[in-house]
Design a protein around this ligand. Sequence first.
Ligand code: ZN
Length: 301
Amino acid sequence: MGGDHNDLYLHELFTPYRLCHIERLLEHDIEALAQTRKPEGPFVGSDGLDAIMQEAMQRAGEFLKCEIPSCEYRLFDEQALPMRMKKKMRAMEWGSNATIGAPIILLAAGNPLAAAVAGVLSAGIIHIGRKIRTFRIEIEELRHPSFNPHNLTITFLPETREEMFGSAIHEYTHFLQYVSTTSQWLYYSKPLGEGHARGVTRNIMKSLWDGGPAWMHEIHDKDVGELKSVYRWASAYHKWPMSETLLSAVSTRDKEEGYHLDTDGLPTKHAIGNAIFRLYEQEAGLGIYADMMRASSGEKG
Ligand SMILES: [Zn+2]
């Protein structure tokens, strides 16, 4: 994402007028998050994943009004790695051989997430002086579920049922973005692709709400952390008087967002995309998610 985009975001999207909207969304999300609790259930196994994936695919197809091609997926379990690799990964978490070690080890383990590491490296955020802190963040990114366009495979990590549902919808949405010629631009336009996947996941999870207080926890937790990050960034730019109350809300995204704001001067692409789609959805309705799948690159505006 270049500087031009950031200026565009700040001048055209995250204007003082819309900062008022973000404040209202944040108030809503903080209150909603307070009604939830962190999922505590056991991690889902491979058999449980099949059922979740089937439902996620079907719901995503209905919501996005599109076909649901089947896709490869698997559960990656760090515990299944040989002890030698586990030890090395653990050592790397403390900062040794950070930049070189991760792709090699994960390639050796046959993990497609190596592609994600390459992306992180080429983004140029690795600096020797910040090695330890950077590497912790990098390892966290490695530990997120992901879709790999090179082998069209989704890799899941051990998660609770609630988290796994959210991950399945999010990653399958990336798969759908990627495999359709009318939406591949969306996959490659990282902030928009991530915001789209966040919105699809939030809305489907809401519609499937199963009554438990853990169901929407991760969704609201991400929304609070990411909207706050964009709010802080755009408010500072526009010299908008920030609400300390809103900024004091706690999210597990705070560390990663804070890191990106400190080092790149920007929220994460997930946060920018999430905020864009929240605002867009408010102005134009839920139909935007299906519409985006059918916009050609010339119409993406
Ligand atoms: Zn994503």
